[in-house]
Design a protein around this ligand. Structure first.
Ligand SMILES: [Ca+2]
Length: 404
């Protein structure tokens, strides 16, 4: 076979390329040109891990600057606030409506209205609370004044957080009532029992009568039945000898029940003598046998007495540390005293009060309710339209103490 010139050239250059490749490979193997190539990549394991900086814990502040902020206006004597979530709460108006606050405003349509409510004097729709199992059963409880044949009674009604209040059930009826000394604060205790304050309905003798529900702190099971461990068998009475208690809460940690109570107002005793009491099961708080700083064997004297009267309308232990300077303190709204009272208790012994003060920052007139939101703000309501105050345009209002 005869090869053309171009074919010869191609064959020679192919052979030369193969030859050069073989020579290069031989040199590379001989001199180990590529043996360190892996060392250019970083090591995959280390015997000594690098030191990470130790995080410095941020010390919790002991005090947070706060301001008084308006939350809602144009209400009528808002009496009781119940938070159902961080951004929603319900509030009773004494005229019978349960108003809804959500989307940052009081909604025009109430959750429900108690049309049977009697609203003379200090009476009306007052205390409200939610069931310990609210998230599953949506139960709410309210204290409602009613009138029939010229006689007033308060009753405890269970309803539901749904349109028109769902099914309304009366759990306890015939609590003595009158236009004044209405009691009616409701709260569940740490024992999941429903506590109810009742006033003497201006008939002071009933406070000492254990056959009457007036002038007492009552305790019921959530379904309205009487707990088997109440102090007086078969009776809702938990403590007696009260004139008109309207504030209830339990100290975090000790579970001590602390109640506020209105003292006499002239017609039934020397004016003043508002009380803060440590409530013991079955104990007698003295009214009307004893009041003010006077003591009597067999009755329990108050921890704190206010004369002249401040008219305590509520009571609440502050549990959060959002405003850490107030954690564990007890607050109550003052009607006649116009503001918010702060009491510093010994955190392990609720028999000991360390100090108390009227909060200088709160200057909105008469204050009724005080309640803590789930995010640790302190809400309170005015009561300037209750017939005893100087109502400002837009009253009544809800305010809160909130971090600045
Ligand atoms: Ca007393």
């Amino acid at each position: 076979m005869v090869l053309a010139t171009w074919q010869k050239t191609l064959l020679c250059s192919g052979l030369a390329t193969v030859l050069l490749g073989l020579i290069f490979w031989g040199l590379a193997v001989h001199f180990e040109w590529f043996k360190d190539i892996d060392k250019s990549t970083p090591p995959t394991a280390q015997t000594t891990p690098p030191k990470t900086p130790t995080p410095v814990p941020t010390p919790k502040p002991t005090s947070v600057a706060f301001k008084v902020e308006e939350v809602a206006s144009n209400l009528f004597v808002p009496w009781s606030i119940v938070f159902t979530s961080e951004s929603r709460f319900l509030v009773t108006e004494r005229t019978g409506a349960v108003r809804v606050f959500e989307n940052n405003a009081i909604q025009a349509t109430p959750l429900t209205t108690f049309s049977e409510v009697a609203t003379g004097g200090e009476e009306g729709l007052m205390g409200m609370t939610k069931d310990p199992n609210y998230t599953t059963n949506k139960y709410l409880y309210a204290c409602v004044a009613t009138e029939a044949g010229g006689t007033m009674h308060d009753k405890i009604i269970r309803f539901q957080d749904q349109a028109n209040g769902g099914t309304k059930t009366t759990l306890l009826d015939n609590i003595p009532a009158a236009q004044y000394h209405a009691g009616c604060r409701l709260k569940f205790g740490p024992d999941s029992k429903l506590y109810i304050t009742t006033g003497d309905a201006t008939e002071k003798a009933i406070a000492q009568n254990k056959n009457s529900l007036g002038g007492k702190i009552l305790r019921l099971n959530a379904d309205g039945s009487v707990p088997s461990d109440n102090p007086f068998s078969g009776s809702p009475i938990w403590s007696y000898g009260h004139r008109n208690p309207q504030g209830l809460d339990w100290q975090p940690g000790t579970n001590a029940l602390i109640a506020t109570e209105h003292g006499p107002s002239g017609f039934d005793g020397p004016e003043g003598g508002d009380e803060v009491n440590f409530i013991d099961k079955g104990a007698n708080y003295g009214w009307p046998l004893v009041s003010h700083t006077n003591t009597m064997a067999g009755t329990v004297a108050p921890l704190l007495v206010f004369t002249p009267a401040v008219a305590p309308g509520s009571g609440m232990f502050y549990r959060s540390d959002t405003l850490p300077q107030f954690t564990g303190n007890y607050f109550f709204g003052m009607l006649k005293g116009e503001g918010l009272q702060r009491i510093v208790f010994d955190k392990t012994d609720a028999h000991k009060i360390i100090s108390h003060e009227k909060m200088a920052e709160v200057t909105v007139g008469r204050v009724r309710e005080v309640a803590e939101s789930p995010d640790g703000k302190i809400y309170f309501t005015t009561s300037n339209r209750d017939g005893r105050g100087a109502a400002r345009s837009g009253d009544d209002r809800i305010y809160r103490l909130t971090p600045q």
